[in-house]
Each structure stands twice: as C-alpha cells, then as structure tokens.
Design a protein around this ligand. Sequence first.
Ligand code: HEC
Ligand code: HEC
Ligand code: HEC
Ligand code: HEC
Ligand code: HEC
Ligand code: HEC
Ligand code: HEC
Ligand code: HEC
Ligand code: HEC
Ligand code: HEC
Ligand code: HEC
Ligand code: HEC
Length: 287
Amino acid sequence: MKKLVVLMQAVVISSLLSGMLAVVACAADKPALTVADCDKCHTAAPADIAANGGAHKTSLNCQDCHAGHPPLVKKIIPACSQCHTGKAHYNLSNCLRCHTNPHTPKIIKLTNNITDECLTCHTEQIVKLKQVKSKHSALACTFCHNVHGKVPLCTQCHKPHSPEMTATECKKCHQAHMPTAVYMSANTPNKMCAPCHKRPYETLASSDAKHRNLLCVTCHKDKHKMIPTCQSCHGVPHAAGIMARFTKCSDCHNIAHKLNHWDPGTLDTSDKDAPVPLPKKGARKKK
Ligand code: HEC
Ligand code: HEC
Ligand code: HEC
Ligand code: HEC
Ligand code: HEC
Ligand code: HEC
Ligand code: HEC
Ligand code: HEC
Ligand code: HEC
Ligand code: HEC
Ligand code: HEC
Ligand code: HEC
C-alpha cells in the first residue's frame, strides 16, 4: 500500500515536472522552475544548506550548481572542478570522501590513515617529521588529528614521566612532530628532570653551594644531554699560575652539583709565577 502511494507520487511529480519544464522550455512567458520551488519537493538539501551551507549558501544558490532538472536535463550534478581550480588541493581525487555532503562543505569527515592530502595545505609538520625520524614519523596525520583542526594532548596516548607532570608541560621539552629531539625551555623546573635523574636532582638539592639556586637548564641548556664547561660562565676565575698546575676545576671544586667550599684567602695568588699550593685540608669548610 505504502509502495503504491510512493509510486503514484513519483508518477504525479515526474509528469507534473516534465510538463512544467517542457512548457518552460518552449514558452518563455510560462513560470520557470526557480530556487523557490526546490523545497516544495526536496527537504534534505535545503535543510542542510540552511543549517551548514557555508559559502555554498552565501555565495551560491541551488541553480548555480544544478542547472536544469530531470527529465529535461539529465545530468545536473556539478563537478567540484567546475568552480574550484588552480590549487593543489583541488587536484585531489574524490572530493566527497572528506566533504561528504556538498550542501555542508565545511563538515569534513576524516579516516585515520590520511597524510598526503593534508600536505596540500600544511607543509611545515611533514618537514619536521621527516628531518627527525621518530616513531611519530611512521604515523598518519589523522592517526592523531582525526577531527580537522583538533590538536590532541600527548597524554591521550602516553603516560607522563611523573604523576604530577601535566599534559601542557610536555611542550617544555618535546615538539609533537619531532618528539625525540628534546630541547629544554629555559624555565623548566628541576623537578621535571627528577623522574629520570634522581641522583643529580637530590645531590644538588642537598648541596649548600650557590649552584643549588640555579635551574638544571641554566647549565644544561637547549638540547638534552648538553654539558657545559665551568668556563662558559666563570671565564678565567684564577691566575694563570693556578690553572697551569691544576688543569681541572674539579681538582679543587669537586663536581658542579656539589661544590667544595674553601675559605677565601687560602690561595696566595699575589705572585703570578709562583707555584701554587693546594689549599690546606683545614681550609675546607665543614659541610
Ligand atoms: C515538483 C517536485 C520537484 C521540484 C519543484 C524540484 N525537484 Fe528536483 N527532483 C524531483 C524528483 C522527483 C527527482 C528525481 C528525478 C529523477 O531521478 O529522475 C528530483 C531530482 C533532483 C536532483 C537529483 C538529480 C540526479 O541526477 O540525481 C537534483 C540535484 C534536484 N532534483 C535538484 C532540484 C533543484 C535544485 C530544484 C529547484 C530548482 C528542484 N530539484 C526542484 C522533484 C522536484
Ligand atoms: C556547490 C554546489 C551545490 C549547491 C549550491 C547545491 N547542490 Fe545539490 N548537490 C550538489 C552535488 C555535487 C550533489 C551530488 C552529491 C553526491 O553525489 O552525493 C548534489 C545533490 C543534490 C541532490 C540529490 C541528492 C540528495 O541529496 O538528495 C538534490 C535533491 C540536491 N542536490 C538539491 C539541491 C538543492 C535543493 C539545493 C539548494 C537548496 C542544492 N542542491 C544546492 C551540489 C550542490
Ligand atoms: C558552482 C560553483 C561551485 C561548485 C560546483 C562547487 N563549489 Fe565549492 N564553493 C564555491 C564558491 C563560490 C565558494 C566560496 C569561495 C571559495 O571558497 O572559493 C565555495 C566554497 C567551498 C568551500 C568552503 C566553504 C566555506 O564555507 O568556506 C568548500 C569546502 C567547497 N566549496 C567544497 C566544494 C566541493 C567539495 C564541491 C564539489 C562537491 C564544490 N565545492 C563545488 C563554488 C562552487
Ligand atoms: C582528505 C580529505 C579531503 C579531500 C579528499 C578534499 N578535501 Fe577539501 N578540505 C579538506 C580539509 C581538511 C579542508 C580544510 C577545512 C578548513 O579550513 O576548515 C578543506 C578545505 C577545502 C576548501 C576551502 C578552503 C580552500 O582552500 O579553498 C575547498 C574549496 C575544498 N576543500 C575543496 C575541495 C575539492 C574541490 C576537493 C576535491 C578536488 C577536496 N576539497 C578534497 C579535506 C579534504
Ligand atoms: C584546504 C586546506 C587544508 C587542508 C587540506 C587541511 N588543512 Fe588543516 N587547516 C587549514 C586551515 C586554513 C587551518 C586554520 C589555520 C590556522 O588556524 O592557523 C587548519 C588548521 C589545522 C590544525 C589546527 C592548527 C592549530 O593551530 O590549532 C590542524 C591540527 C590541522 N589543520 C591538521 C590538518 C590535517 C591532519 C589535515 C589532513 C587531514 C589537514 N589539516 C588538511 C587548512 C587545511
Ligand atoms: C594519538 C596517539 C599519540 C599522541 C597524541 C602522541 N603520541 Fe607519541 N607516540 C604514539 C605512538 C603510537 C608511538 C610509538 C610507540 C611505540 O611504537 O612504542 C609514539 C612514540 C613517541 C615517542 C618515542 C619516539 C621514538 O622514536 O622513540 C615519544 C618521545 C613520543 N611519542 C612523545 C609524544 C609527545 C611529546 C606527544 C605530544 C606532543 C605525543 N607523543 C603524542 C602515539 C601518540
Ligand atoms: C603523534 C601524533 C601526531 C601526528 C602523527 C601528527 N601530529 Fe600534528 N600535532 C600533534 C600535536 C600533539 C600537536 C599540538 C602541538 C602543540 O600544542 O605544540 C600538533 C599540532 C599540529 C598543527 C598545529 C600547528 C603546529 O605545528 O603546532 C598542525 C597544523 C598539525 N599538527 C598538522 C599535522 C600534519 C599535517 C601531520 C601529518 C604530516 C601531523 N600533524 C601529524 C600530534 C600529531
Ligand atoms: C623535562 C623535560 C621533559 C618533559 C617535561 C617531558 N619529557 Fe618526555 N622525555 C624527555 C626526555 C629527555 C626523553 C628521552 C629520554 C631518552 O633519551 O631516552 C623523553 C622521552 C619520552 C618518551 C619516550 C619513551 C620514554 O619514556 O623514554 C615519551 C613517550 C615521552 N617522553 C612523553 C612525554 C609526555 C607525554 C610528556 C608530558 C606529560 C613529557 N614526555 C614531558 C624529557 C621530557
Ligand atoms: C624521560 C627521562 C628523562 C628526562 C625527563 C630527562 N632526562 Fe636527561 N637523560 C635521560 C637519559 C635516558 C639519558 C642518557 C643517559 C646515559 O647516556 O647514560 C640522559 C642524559 C642526560 C645528560 C647527559 C649525561 C651524560 O652522562 O652525558 C644530561 C646532562 C641530562 N640528561 C640532563 C637532563 C636535564 C637537565 C633534564 C631536565 C631538564 C633531563 N635530563 C630530563 C633521560 C631523561
Ligand atoms: C650556567 C653557568 C654556570 C656554570 C656552567 C657553572 N657555574 Fe659556578 N656559578 C654560577 C652562578 C650563577 C653562581 C653563583 C654566583 C653568585 O651567586 O655569586 C656560581 C657559583 C660558583 C661558585 C661559588 C659557590 C658558592 O657557593 O659560593 C663556585 C666555586 C663555582 N660556581 C664553580 C663552578 C665550577 C667548578 C663549575 C664547573 C664544574 C661551574 N661553577 C659551572 C654559574 C655557573
Ligand atoms: C651549575 C651548573 C649545573 C647545574 C645547576 C646542574 N648541572 Fe648537571 N652537570 C653540570 C656539569 C658541569 C656536569 C659535568 C660533571 C661536572 O663537571 O660536574 C654535569 C653533569 C650532569 C649529568 C651527568 C653526570 C651525572 O652526574 O649523572 C647529569 C645527568 C646532570 N648533570 C643532570 C643535572 C640535573 C638533573 C640538574 C638539576 C637537578 C643539574 N644537572 C644541574 C652542571 C650543572
Ligand atoms: C687549586 C685549586 C683550585 C682550582 C684548580 C680552581 N679553583 Fe676556583 N677557587 C679555589 C679557591 C680556594 C677559591 C676561593 C674560595 C672561595 O672564594 O670560596 C676559588 C674560588 C672560585 C670561584 C669564586 C667563588 C666566589 O664565591 O666568589 C669561582 C667561580 C671558581 N673558583 C671557579 C673555578 C673554575 C671555573 C675553575 C676551573 C677553571 C677553578 N675555579 C679552579 C680553588 C681552585
């Protein structure tokens, strides 16, 4: 019964329409099919355009894309390339894969295996992914960006190095598209190094020398694993005669994380050429 009604409706519509169009075609003074007529018979397309038509609503009307109507005009579905040409993006195949509905062009559906198509607009990220090979380089863009324009948190896929480390803090050391090239921001707090470097962290924290007040990254700056020389900050602190005999700062000062203390004045540096004695044991302050 329902089928029959549908069939009858279809017959009525098509005869009505072909009559109407036939009349329009041969007698210009009769009413033509206009944009105002479309929603008399079609509901989905007008509703979609009204809700999310974007530029296809504001810059176009139905008939800019659908010129004519069956049965008089058989092919009224436009190719996107009819209007969109001249950019790499417009040379992709099967536009409706992503822009699934031409009446809602900005609503884009992405599968999780897309990379090449993204490169028609974004080039910076692939350069990084290729320059610094990591396990991220093998992933598709949409493995992480499955909704266009959305940026995931690292912690969606990874555990932080310590429970108190938050998702926004990953950026202090990592970049998403070159995650293994670890560069430290200049304000990275010492506790962020602690999960992996417990001993240096605790040694420095328990030291009473002034280095304790410095950030790890003030010395180990920029690229991870960088080790500074003492001279890069202190220049030449002692007379040449001293340094001629004791080539390493550590001969007297121990390590940077736990400096020795010396009472001032225990070194006689007045005679630049005199052999320099080591400070006497008793000169060393008690810790
Ligand atoms: C009187 C009812 C009626 C009106 C008014 C009408 N259509 Fe249709 N339209 C139909 C029917 C019925 C079909 C299916 C025809 C067919 O497949 O042969 C159809 C099919 C279509 C198709 C699909 C064609 C295809 O190749 O798949 C498009 C696009 C379309 N109409 C657009 C429009 C536009 C744009 C307007 C307004 C300018 C409009 N229609 C006005 C009844 C109507
Ligand atoms: C930017 C061009 C464009 C505009 C503007 C446009 N359409 Fe379409 N329309 C298309 C394309 C392309 C298809 C084919 C979609 C497909 O193959 O899935 C289509 C399909 C259709 C269809 C058949 C499939 C369906 O969704 O039922 C109808 C009916 C239709 N359009 C009606 C309209 C009406 C009515 C308007 C105005 C309110 C309109 N279209 C505006 C490009 C457009
Ligand atoms: C009749 C011409 C015409 C056709 C056919 C057409 N478009 Fe458009 N489209 C436009 C115009 C005009 C604009 C607005 C200016 C621009 O972005 O170039 C536009 C804008 C868009 C936008 C941006 C929408 C926004 O709101 O910013 C997308 C996406 C788009 N079109 C996709 C498509 C796809 C996919 C197809 C094929 C299914 C298609 N267009 C077919 C004319 C057309
Ligand atoms: C792999 C998915 C995908 C395919 C395939 C695709 N697009 Fe797009 N398109 C996008 C994304 C993502 C955007 C960006 C949307 C935004 O800026 O919000 C976009 C934006 C657009 C825009 C608006 C911005 C601009 O630069 O003009 C137009 C027009 C457009 N696409 C047309 C097309 C056409 C035509 C085709 C087929 C030749 C096509 N698209 C194929 C994903 C796709
Ligand atoms: C037609 C061009 C176009 C295509 C194709 C395209 N995008 Fe975009 N994308 C844009 C534009 C335009 C923006 C907004 C730019 C902005 O805000 O700086 C954007 C924004 C983004 C953002 C958010 C940027 C931010 O700063 O928050 C991400 C992530 C993104 N796109 C990923 C992708 C991925 C992944 C693909 C492939 C599926 C893709 N895009 C395809 C044009 C495109
Ligand atoms: C959508 C999931 C996802 C997101 C989001 C994500 N990753 Fe990954 N990441 C992976 C996968 C999958 C691997 C490979 C794991 C494996 O094979 O063991 C990986 C590997 C890594 C590696 C090791 C790379 C190597 O070559 O050894 C680092 C470092 C990393 N991710 C850091 C990050 C950081 C930092 C962020 C945020 C900026 C992030 N990831 C966001 C999925 C993700
Ligand atoms: C392992 C997950 C992952 C992969 C794979 C990935 N991204 Fe991202 N992307 C992210 C994360 C996380 C951010 C946020 C970075 C931030 O906030 O600093 C991001 C940011 C972006 C942005 C915003 C601007 C920027 O560079 O920070 C764009 C655009 C973007 N990605 C595009 C792409 C493209 C294109 C691809 C493929 C060539 C891709 N992404 C691959 C996780 C990923
Ligand atoms: C203080 C700097 C720093 C911060 C902050 C940081 N990381 Fe790392 N991360 C590193 C270093 C350094 C490595 C590399 C260790 C190596 O060479 O083996 C690493 C390695 C990784 C790896 C590779 C596997 C592993 O555990 O060795 C993943 C995944 C990772 N980080 C995710 C994250 C996430 C997620 C965040 C944010 C919650 C984050 N990182 C915050 C410095 C940091
Ligand atoms: C995710 C763990 C992780 C984090 C977080 C981390 N590192 Fe490392 N770091 C390592 C690993 C693994 C090595 C390599 C150890 C080796 O080669 O013996 C290393 C090596 C180093 C080295 C070189 C050691 C040597 O003997 O040459 C320095 C310096 C260093 N890290 C400083 C830091 C600083 C400063 C921070 C905090 C800003 C930090 N690291 C954060 C894992 C980490
Ligand atoms: C990144 C720069 C930097 C590096 C590298 C550095 N220092 Fe320092 N050092 C400082 C600063 C800053 C102070 C504190 C100065 C002040 O407060 O007067 C300091 C203080 C000292 C002091 C006085 C300690 C005290 O508690 O009175 C000695 C001794 C010293 N440094 C020796 C060294 C030695 C030895 C090395 C190499 C193992 C070294 N420094 C590496 C920046 C640095
Ligand atoms: C004043 C500069 C300075 C500060 C601050 C500093 N370091 Fe160092 N670090 C050095 C120097 C110089 C070396 C090389 C050994 C030496 O001469 O003391 C070193 C060596 C290391 C090493 C490799 C040797 C080892 O002890 O395992 C690691 C790892 C390290 N530092 C991590 C850290 C961490 C983590 C912090 C913060 C808690 C930190 N450093 C703070 C200067 C510094
Ligand atoms: C022969 C032992 C010896 C050697 C080698 C040595 N120092 Fe010293 N240094 C001392 C003594 C003793 C003092 C004075 C004690 C004091 O001021 O705390 C001193 C003082 C310093 C001070 C000033 C501390 C302050 O509070 O003003 C700095 C900085 C310093 N040394 C850095 C270095 C550096 C860098 C090297 C390697 C290039 C080095 N020293 C080599 C013994 C030595």
